[in-house]
Design a protein around this ligand. Structure first.
Ligand code: FAD
Length: 432
């Protein structure tokens, strides 16, 4: 069996998902040597694991805009598709990765512990497990936690937030009086496709689907009304399956319970779909919207987002509502949830929110970045997570070049590189 030698790099990105791949490519284009590890055998994160196969939130910019272009022009399931397929998404990423000589992606490699510098407690890389019990080390000048779960930051000793914050914590109008451990509901997504030859059978309404998006629909996203199987032609649909609460999204056994619970709710529905002429392609895993959030030098709050705050150290911009799949609001009838849905403004992501409090050698990006439970329900979507990741990649590359810690960088230097042609990240909405 192959032995893995220890490796060394400028930048180590842990997690090849919506935020990790833009981080890795952004850092590579900024001149750093980059290794990106991914615990799955394939890259992609949420679209590969959970079948989250369309972008919500704006802007789609920078490296994610390049990906989006490939998805639309080369890898779309049909000419007018309103979503992509996991396979197309993985192929588009592979094409972008292959164009970066400074970037080495290692799949099927899970970070299991964190290395620290000898002379300080700064993060100096991770230990990777490929086969249970067989490990190797990757040392880095800067590591980026793009795991979605924040597990690397947790292992590094960062302050971790989990669940709902109390109103008094950050002064948020929609926070509960008392904080608790509840996170946004999980959803098990799937594709269905009509089987040719039996399309004249009556099609049952799907009771546990709250949105279905046909691959050849005429409308723009999102549909004003949910499109349910049976109400449209037998095409390929992306379905949001039932939503379930998970008692602890940090715990794989609790996630397995949530999976089982979702399966129980969805089984009759899946049988009916099958009987009525649909094939069903269930995502490999139930979709986890929220796990740990890392406490950073700045914590983004509901007030920042509703107030449309663009801090001086803005390194990414965001436009998406509060999509808070509320705990305790899962309806028995439809497996659906009542979304929080308060109005938001466009806002800026401060560089400080990427820097874990009190820990050097590390940046945290994507859905585990520093924000409250409510704020995270807005910035967690893929276009915004992608911009945040790319900004972190550039910042990490500058740190490696100048032998500096992330907290010592001038955010203006990061912004200057992000505006360059090979990054072209949109940093304001002035031009829209
Ligand atoms: C059900 C559901 C529906 C959603 N709908 C939409 C939508 O319609 N549009 C939209 O834009 N967003 C949507 N989102 C949100 C979006 O998918 C995520 O918030 C986004 O993907 C977050 O990006 P990320 O990089 O933080 O995490 P991810 O994309 O999850 O990537 C994290 C990666 O890190 C890897 N990883 C984890 N731990 C380790 C480790 N120890 N070592 C190595 N690798 C590791 C994982 O395998 C994964 O590939 C949805 C999310 C869910 C769950």
């Amino acid at each position: 069996m192959a032995q893995h030698d220890d490796l060394s790099t400028d930048i180590l990105v842990v997690g090849a998902g919506a935020s990790g791949l833009p981080a890795a490519i952004g850092a590579a284009r900024a001149g750093a040597k980059v290794i990106c590890i991914e615990e799955d055998p394939v890259v992609g994160g949420a679209p590969s694991d959970y079948y989250v196969c369309l972008f919500y939130g704006r802007p789609i910019t920078g490296i994610l805009a390049e990906l989006d272009h490939l998805l639309k022009t080369k890898y779309a399931p049909t000419a007018r598709a309103q979503f992509f397929l996991p396979s197309g998404y993985q192929r588009a990423w592979r094409e972008l990765i292959a164009a970066e000589p400074n970037l080495h992606v290692i799949p099927a490699a899970r970070a299991v512990s964190v290395l620290h510098r000898r002379d300080s407690d700064a993060v100096a890389g991770v230990t990777v497990e490929v086969i249970p019990g067989r490990t190797f080390n990757i040392s880095s000048k800067v590591a980026i936690d793009a795991t979605g779960s924040g597990v690397v930051s947790d292992l590094a000793g960062c302050t971790v937030m989990y669940g709902r914050d109390a109103k008094a914590d950050f002064g948020e109008p929609h926070a509960p009086d008392v904080g608790d451990d509840q996170v946004q509901a999980c959803t098990w997504m799937y594709f269905i496709q009509g089987i040719p030859g039996i399309e004249d059978k009556p099609r049952a309404r799907a009771v546990h689907v709250n949105v279905g998006i046909p691959a050849r629909g005429e409308d723009h996203l999102p549909h004003a009304e949910p499109v349910l199987p049976g109400e449209t032609d037998p095409e390929l649909y992306l379905q949001w399956g039932c939503a379930v609460e998970c008692r602890d999204t940090r715990d794989p056994l609790a996630l397995a319970e949530a999976h089982a619970k979702a399966y129980e709710v969805m089984a009759p529905e899946l049988d009916r779909l099958h009987e009525n002429g649909h094939t069903v392609h269930l995502a490999p895993r139930i979709g986890v919207r929220e796990c740990r959030r890392i406490r950073g030098e700045y914590v983004i709050t509901e007030n920042d987002i509703t107030g449309g705050v663009f801090p001086d150290d803005t390194v990414a911009v965001a436009d998406y509502g509060f999509d808070d799949w509320r705990p305790h609001r899962v309806s028995e009838e439809r497996g659906n949830v009542d979304e929080f849905g308060a109005a938001t403004a466009r806002y800026g992501i401060p560089y400080r929110a990427l820097i874990p409090q009190g820990v050097n050698g590390l940046l945290a990006v994507g859905k585990c970045m520093s924000g409250t439970h409510i704020a995270q329900s807005s910035f967690r979507v893929m276009p915004i997570a992608g911009s945040i990741g790319q900004a972190a990649g550039v910042a990490a590359a500058l740190c490696a070049k100048h032998n500096a810690q992330p907290r010592d960088l001038d955010p203006e230097d990061v912004r200057a590189v992000l505006r360059k042609k090979q990054q072209h990240l949109q940093l304001s909405f002035d031009d829209n």
